[in-house]
Design a protein around this ligand. Structure first.
Ligand code: NDP
Length: 444
């Protein structure tokens, strides 16, 4: 059995009941085969693959808090510090009932390669809790965040591990967590990113992932002799990534026609009304079924179905495994040209294979959604130099980083004979840098 297969088998055996983690490891290691084959003896001796699939450490802790009725609730908190070969651990915190150790490990593992691709000095980590923020009062959210940070603070620090937001963690939650960290440690430092603008946050962080997604798609199309202008775009999700992907799509001359939340989706033949979407989701925190009240021409459907709409570009921006094989078949039948992942691992492995086999250009999340962590990295830089950059400065750097990522993954794919395979290109480019740093630092 080859080295890659041995390690995949070991991961599945030693990490039972973690299917998302298995999926991520298989996807990454399978596409690294040519690099591993070329260096097998040295990598085996240094146990490079065993070291890269095992996190440096994983913390699991109890998070007790009191709800508005005076009832004590107990959730489970996680922080997985995966790899800090190239910089402090960096990665978001997810608050969602589906969160478990396997999901946090899958996200942390992917984060290692994504952060490496940005070119910034950031290692990989991820955390969160099975706490469900939906329907909770501000006081309950604060109680949870304070309790969560009362344990998490022991493991993080501006030069150690710098968490950020993810699903269910926005500016409000980061604010409560930052306040608690500062109170316990008595230190004002850039320990979290995604902070409010009045206390160390970066301009353009809110927009970064969605904007970055469109920047990389724009650059990729340009390099394929095409143009994003005039393209029809379908988007899933109606959260942070989706909203700013839709905003930038409009700005670049494309036409986004869908959005979706966890209860349903909308198709607006005239293009999504960004102001209405922001009002529903960011201001009123309502369900998308309200959208037709603002746009009578639009259709609302319960359940899923975004991927049945005819379009040139599909941007899954909601959650993992939301685009399956049947969806991929519908997209191909409708002539989609590009699928770029705004969310983390939204496309199932068989759907990804199907799309690529049918000539669809596929940009994987670890490259396509790296805009968020890139601006988080820029927030760390601003905090370290105690300066605040303008929106334009950050946005220009973001665009440069996303353009750079495209050329980096394209070159890595070509180098190993995988031209046009950006899944392989992203994994190889991210991996090579981390491994070089690991080898240079010895067995630690
Ligand atoms: P948000 O919580 O802001 O939004 C998530 C959106 O997806 C919501 O509209 C939510 O619906 C919808 N959704 C969640 N679960 C499902 C589901 N099972 N089926 C259908 N829709 C669903 O999260 P973000 O926009 O921040 O993140 C979206 C994805 O992007 C995640 O995978 C995240 O890890 C990834 N990502 C985010 C980054 C960031 O900077 N924010 C950076 C890189 C990746 P509802 O409104 O009903 O909850």
């Amino acid at each position: 059995m080859g080295y890659v297969d041995e390690v995949i088998e070991m991961v599945v055996e030693k990490n039972p009941a973690q299917p998302e983690f298995h999926q991520a490891v298989k996807e990454v290691l399978n596409s690294l085969r040519p690099v591993v084959d070329a260096n097998e003896e040295a990598y085996r001796r240094d146990a490079i693959l065993e070291r890269i699939v095992n996190p440096d450490r994983a913390f699991i802790f109890r998070v007790p808090w009191v709800d508005d009725k005076g009832q004590v609730q107990v959730n489970t908190g996680y922080r997985v510090q995966f790899n800090n070969a190239i910089g402090p651990y960096k990665g978001g915190l997810r608050l969602h009932p589906s969160v478990n150790l396997g999901i946090i490990k899958f996200l942390g593992f992917e984060q290692v390669f994504k952060n490496s691709l940005t070119g910034l000095p950031m290692g990989g980590g991820k955390g969160g809790s099975d706490f469900d923020p939906k329907g909770k009062s501000d006081r309950e959210i604060m109680a949870f965040c304070q309790s969560f940070m009362t344990e998490l603070y022991k493991y993080i620090g501006a030069d150690v591990d710098v968490p950020a937001g993810d699903i269910g963690v926005g500016a409000r939650e980061i604010g409560f967590m930052f306040g608690t960290y500062k109170k316990i440690r008595g230190v004002f430092e850039g320990v979290l990113t995604g902070k409010g603008l009045t206390y160390g946050g970066s301009l353009a962080r809110t927009e970064a992932t969605g904007y970055g997604l469109l920047y990389i798609v724009e650059e990729m199309l340009k390099c394929h002799g095409d143009d994003i202008k005039g393209k029809t775009v379908i988007v899933s999700g109606a959260g942070n990534v989706a909203i700013y992907a839709i905003e930038k799509a409009w700005q670049l001359g494309a036409k986004p026609v869908t959005a979706a939340d966890s209860t349903g989706w909308v198709y607006d033949p005239d293009g999504i009304d960004l102001a209405a979407l922001k009002e529903i989701k960011e201001v009123r925190r309502e369900r998308l079924r309200e959208y037709p009240k603002y746009r009578p021409n639009a259709e609302y459907h319960d359940g899923r179905g975004v991927w049945t709409v005819k379009a040139d570009i599909a941007l899954p921006c909601a959650t993992q495994n939301e685009l399956n094989l049947d969806d991929a078949k519908a997209l191909v039948a409708n002539g989609v040209k590009v699928v770029a992942e705004g969310a983390n691992m939204p496309t199932t492995a068989d759907a990804t294979d199907y799309l690529m086999e049918h000539g669809v250009i596929f940009l994987p999340g670890k490259a396509a959604n790296a805009g968020g962590v890139s601006v988080s990295g820029l927030e760390m830089s601003q905090n370290s130099e105690r300066l605040h950059w303008t929106f334009e400065e950050v946005d220009t750097q973001l665009k440069g980083i996303m353009t750079g990522i495209y050329h980096n993954i394209d070159a890595a794919a070509r180098k190993y004979g995988y031209e046009g395979n950006y899944v392989a290109g992203a994994n190889i480019a991210g991996f090579e840098k981390v491994v070089e740093a690991m080898i240079a630092q010895g067995v630690v």
